[in-house]
Ligand binder design. Sequence first.
Ligand SMILES: [Mg+2]
Ligand SMILES: [Zn+2]
Length: 178
Amino acid sequence: MTRYIILDRDGVINQDSDAFIKSPNEWQPVNKSLEAIALLHQHSYRVVVVTNQSGIARGLFTQETLQAIHHKMLVAVRDAGGEIDAIYFCPHGPDDQCQCRKPKPGLMNQFSQEHDVGLFGLPMIGDSMRDLEAATAVGGQPILVRSGKGERIVDQAAKLNIPIYENLYEASTVLVNA
Ligand SMILES: [Mg+2]
Ligand SMILES: [Zn+2]
């Protein structure tokens, strides 16, 4: 059985930085996140990444650099025995009025159309309210991790009855054993 899962990138797969992740060198995995993606892959989950990358609009890095960062991520995931099926990113800034920057669900819908996959009930893991709101907007199953910026919104998420896990590895362990 094939099933999809949508992951935020910064703070979920790799360590986040308030100064943005601007180079492949700055991309460093969260503890056991690569093993987590491998675990999901081994349990027939197809992993899709949906990420806001406003650093492009802010002029902090180019699309080419983002591709290089993603190349590093894909290779690291593959070396760990995992697989990322697709990466969707929003290159816009908060004031650009685009439809793809989370909490807008534009990228989720684009994924849904391109892969012919319904979003209802799909697990969507993030570390910010924007991620959780985008998941809720499309009827997905929002899941919070404490890694990255997640710790800051634990109380908010708890009030919304959103499941909270230490990190992607813990969340993945629970999902594959469900
Ligand atoms: Mg994040
Ligand atoms: Zn956008």
